[in-house]
Design a binder for this molecule. Structure first.
Ligand code: LMR
Length: 396
């Protein structure tokens, strides 16, 4: 069986991260995988997480299975964080939430569910998008296609082209949107553009699948949900895949949620019953630890306040590195405009580097960047930023 198997190519993001670990250079710089790093280059465990874990160790009374859809308290709190507990989508009961292994797990369950209930629909992804989006959707048997999104000439959203594309998508198809901190470009729609997008999506009869992996990393917890809230209209159908890897720093605990909004509570319960079959036939039921941490923090006023302040610190550091990166690149290459680096949101920026320049940076200078030119700004520190800008300037 295995003798004839071909070598698969390394993952576009995690493969480079592995190559970085193998690189013996002592001055290497890793700007690949989207993990936050503090000023010393470490990915810390948040203090609020440590405290929640202490409490969990004290109070946990069993390691028996969770339900197929996870921990009810976590599901409720995750839903409230997305929509607000007073929102009609929450109070009406027409949103079903399942705890999933990370945001990627939520995307895969969403794709399996869509394929199960509406076999022939396509999924539309932004050009460019997170490289794993089309892979996850195709693994579930869906056809994944693209819509225009980013204009490298202006480093912003090509809103007119995007809207025209949306207006020609077949009714019933699914459109994948990044709620904030667009991965890989860092370019988000403005509030006015979100309204135009939601109008066009619903007029066309499409189902939005909103990938919300960075809530709180852009402008704030509420501010970052503004695009999602534009889609929360009376009678809407909507899917949200949310992740707590980044905003709680819980990457390896694999904690996310899938929220499915139907037109009424009865439909939501029926869809939930189908989604539970997708879970049961895949990983059976989710792991508990990450959900326990998030629920412990969100339901305790003091821990929640501590979390929000640690989240603000992470966001402020990312934005400060963005500004420094933009200023330093402008000083080193005055013939180019780097103002967009400071204007983007979240951890990622499109550097404009070609795949050849990225390869040169890695091979000659041990600077690791995703080959589409995506830079993780959170991987920069006061200690490496000057050296990094010199090396980037040398290949431009
Ligand atoms: C990224 O885009 O780097 C992150 O979302 C991590 C991943 O799984 O690719």
């Amino acid at each position: 069986m295995f003798q004839q198997v071909e070598q698969a190519p390394p993952d576009a993001i995690l493969g480079l991260n592995e190559a970085f670990q193998r690189d013996p250079a002592t001055d290497k710089i890793n700007l690949t995988v989207g993990v936050f790093k503090d000023a010393s280059g470490k990915t810390p465990v948040l203090n609020c997480v440590k405290e929640a874990e202490r409490r969990l160790v004290q109070s946990e009374a069993t390691k028996s299975y969770l339900g197929i859809d996870g921990m009810p308290k976590f599901d409720e709190l995750a839903r409230n964080l997305l929509f607000g507990e007073e929102h009609e989508i929450v109070t009406s009961g027409r949103c079903a939430t399942l705890q999933t292994p990370g945001g990627t797990g939520a995307l895969r369950v969403a794709a399996d569910l869509v394929k199960k209930v509406s076999a022939n629909v396509k999924i539309w992804c932004s050009d460019p998008t997170w490289p794993n989006h089309p892979s996850v959707f195709r693994a579930a048997g869906m056809e994944s296609v693209t819509y225009p999104y980013f204009d490298p000439a202006t480093n912003s959203v090509k809103i007119d082209e995007m809207l025209n594309a949306v207006r020609s998508m077949p009714s019933g198809d699914v459109i994948c949107l990044h709620a904030c901190c667009h991965n890989p470009t860092g370019a988000d729609p403005s509030p006015e553009q979100w309204k135009q997008i939601a109008d066009a999506v619903y007029e066309q009869g499409l189902i939005p699948l909103i990938d919300f992996a960075y809530q709180g990393f852009g402008d704030g917890l509420q501010e970052d949900a503004a695009g999602l809230h534009e889609f929360c209209r009376p009678g809407c159908e909507l899917i949200v895949a949310s992740s707590y890897s980044k905003n709680f720093g819980l990457y390896r605990e694999r904690i996310g949620a899938l929220s499915i909004v139907a037109t009424d509570e009865d439909a939501a319960q029926r869809v939930l019953s189908q989604a539970k079959i997708c879970v049961r036939t895949n990983y059976s039921n989710p792991p508990a630890h990450g959900a326990g941490i998030v629920a412990t923090i969100l339901e305790d006023a003091d821990l929640r306040a501590a979390w929000e302040s640690e989240l603000t610190e992470m966001r402020d550091r990312i934005n400060s590195m963005r500004r420094q990166f933009s200023e330093m690149m402008s000083a080193k290459c005055p013939q180019r405009d780097f103002s967009y680096l400071a204007e983007g949101r979240g951890m990622f920026s499109f550097s404009g580097l070609t795949a050849e320049q990225v390869d040169l940076l890695r091979e000659k200078h041990s600077v690791y960047i995703v080959r589409n030119g995506r830079i993780n700004v959170a991987g920069m520190t006061d200690d490496n930023i000057e050296q990094l800008c010199d090396r980037i300037a040398s290949v431009l």
